[in-house]
Design a protein around this ligand. Structure first.
Ligand SMILES: [Zn+2]
Length: 112
């Protein structure tokens, strides 16, 4: 694994732990266990990977349902995040740019 991959892995882990602690429950059903971080726009979009507006804390069941019923979840996301944030996410998801090692170092510093 190269240095950039290690930085991404570390940044992912710290950000995920931070968000789960910060939210503390499933944002759909309020359950407080089997929580994980869910990305609305895939983690493949590096710019939105550590963006709170692009993430949800979900329990295992809601996270599984999220991927099984994307249309239902689209409506849920619009209600939870607001129509404007939803539109912003769609706009941002179409702007792709490669990110430097320094970007990941900043994320690690911010959430450790
Ligand atoms: Zn849930």
């Amino acid at each position: 694994m190269n240095q950039k991959s290690r930085l991404i892995k570390q940044a992912d882990k710290l950000y995920s732990i931070h968000r789960i602690k910060q939210v503390g429950k499933c944002e759909r059903c309020n359950k407080k266990y089997t929580l994980s971080l869910c990305h609305i726009i895939t983690r493949g979009n590096k710019k939105l990977r550590y963006e709170n507006r692009n993430t949800l804390v979900l329990c295992y069941i809601c996270h599984t349902n999220f991927h099984s019923y994307p249309l239902i979840f689209t409506e849920f996301i619009k209600c939870l995040k607001g129509e404007e944030t939803y539109k912003w996410l769609i706009r941002e998801s179409n702007i792709l740019k490669p990110l430097s090692k320094d970007f990941y170092k900043e994320i690690i510093e911010q959430y450790k």
